[in-house]
Design a protein around this ligand. Structure first.
Ligand code: ADP
Length: 487
């Protein structure tokens, strides 16, 4: 059973040996926006929603049937609670929260970027836990003294749930989650003293870092003790759930934005294009790294077509509409609603459209929006290729927008490689289950999981090389032109 603690909901999903979903419950919880740019969650609401999802799933079955529990979670979100009372001292500061952005600018101005990048694999950003921890210790009355006295615990959602499930017995996290805090040395596998000093974070508040797949503790459920056998950050879990076990294998989650992770194996690889290096997992003392890049706006552009432009009624209409034309008719759309991420890193560019003629139809525009999702993903994959010098083997798609055949086909066309879409697009939860299942011998070995993960459809490239080059160079030109316009 995977407990998938996401940004907007907590879910419990029970899988069988074939990797099929036996039972599933999802409970949403409230988002708090106390100030512009701030995002918080209530740790108790997170726990109750997770507990209630879990209980609803096991209500229907005999708890004996649950071999193991896995926790997959929204990453970076920062929880701090009292070790003695178990009570949170402040709401959880969510990964999206920008309250420490100004402080991050100061860190950059002081020239800390290269140290932080080489030590943690990350770039300085309010997104990661370190500056959120510092903010809580600075702003909650008496927090730093309590922390110094060893009376507080820090953790991401995985640690918080583990603490709750084990009745306050275990304070731990896994390597994938530790690598998102911006205080963890991903080369030497330890909390980094210089960074702890920089952020004034006492070591005593930090969780123990354990193998991603292995025993974390026992949860008492319906009077039975069930082992928690895996904890893993959601994106890394999806990489595992997509069976991207070999260096060069990439998963792309097509959601509101896109999250691309490439397995880079036992070596940490450093990007020259601003992509992140991160720990994918550590299993039986063996480390696996990944390179990560994200597209800010992907499915959100489809929502924009639906909600603002009224060109479609529902997200799935985009396939039908785009299917009425053979291509975008020379229209290129750059969805830089919030600037451009990797590899361009320009926060001031805004969205635009090129190549419109008197003959441009609604369908051409819909198609151009879909194409832009594949083009942006290719931009990141090209950056990964140049950073990694790895042969690109395949890409594995998941997330809500992977239901769209037009995007999937154009992704294969523009990359010139096959794109796999799984039957079960819940890759994160499945990845967690795989890890817990391996640690408890429910599944025999990693290789056997490739059969468990069933493919719905493989998309093969259908265009010629010169056409691919022509389309992609036009896209690059449209990015270049878009970047001339600054907000
Ligand atoms: P997130 O986890 O970021 O909320 P999801 O993985 O749930 O995202 O995917 C939601 C996104 O997928 C939405 O932006 C929506 O526009 C898009 N989407 C959902 N169904 C389809 C579809 N059939 N065709 C194209 N896009 C879709």
């Amino acid at each position: 059973m995977t407990l998938d603690q996401g940004t907007t909901s907590s879910r419990a999903i029970l899988f069988n040996k074939k990797g099929q979903i036996v039972s599933k419950k999802q409970i949403e919880f409230k988002q708090y926006y106390p100030n512009p740019g701030w995002v918080e969650h209530d740790p108790e609401e997170i726990w109750f929603s997770q507990k209630s999802a879990l209980e609803q799933v096991i209500n229907n079955i005999d708890a004996k049937q649950i071999v193991a529990i896995a926790i997959t979670n929204q990453r970076e979100t920062t929880f701090i609670w009292d070790r003695t009372t178990g009570e949170p001292i402040y709401p959880a500061i969510v990964w999206q929260c920008r309250r420490t952005a100004g402080y991050c600018e100061k860190l950059k101005a002081r020239g800390l970027e290269s140290y932080i990048n080489s030590t943690t694999g990350l770039t300085i950003d309010a997104y990661f836990s370190a500056t959120k921890i510092r903010w809580i210790l600075d702003n909650v009355d008496g927090a730093r003294e309590k922390a110094r006295g060893g009376r507080l615990c820090f953790g991401t959602a995985d640690s918080w749930l583990l603490w709750k499930l084990t009745g306050g017995k275990v304070h731990a996290t896994d390597y994938s989650n530790a690598s998102r805090t911006m205080i963890y040395d991903i080369n030497k596998f330890c909390w980094d003293d210089r960074l702890l000093e920089e952020f004034d974070i006492p070591k005593s508040i930090l969780p123990e870092v354990l193998d991603t797949s292995g025993l974390f503790g026992m949860a008492e459920i319906k009077g039975r003790q069930i082992p928690i056998m895996a904890m893993v950050g959601d994106q890394q879990a999806a990489l595992f759930g997509q069976t991207c076990f070999e260096p060069g294998e990439i998963k792309n989650t097509y959601g509101t934005g896109c999250f691309l992770l490439c397995n880079t194996g036992k070596q940490k690889k450093t990007s020259r294009t601003g992509l992140l290096s991160t720990i994918a997992w550590r299993i039986k003392d063996e480390i696996c790294y990944a390179m990560e890049g994200s597209v800010f706006n992907a499915g959100s552009a489809i929502q924009w077509l639906r909600d603002e432009m009224n060109l479609i009624n529902k997200a799935s209409d985009c396939d039908t509409e785009a299917g009425k034309v053979k291509d975008s008719g020379g229209v290129y759309f750059v969805p830089a609603f919030t600037g451009l991420g990797a590899p361009y890193w320009d926060m001031h560019t805004r969205g635009t459209m090129f190549g419109i003629t008197r003959g441009t139809s609604k369908q051409h525009i819909v198609r151009a929006v879909l194409d832009s999702i594949a083009f942006q993903s290719k931009d990141i994959i090209e950056a990964m290729k140049s950073d990694l010098d790895l042969p690109l083997k395949s890409i594995y798609a998941d997330g809500g927008a992977c239901a769209c055949n037009t995007i999937m086909q154009f992704q294969a066309d523009i990359l010139g490689i096959q794109v796999y879409r799984p039957k079960n697009i819940e890759s994160t939860a499945l990845g967690g289950a795989f890890m817990a299942g391996l640690a408890s011998s429910f599944w025999v070995d990693k290789e056997s999981l490739r059969d468990v993960r069933e493919t719905d459809k493989i998309f093969y490239p259908e265009i010629e090389d010169d056409m691919r080059t022509k389309l992609y160079s036009k896209w690059q030109k449209s990015i270049e032109c878009a970047m001339l316009w600054k907000d």
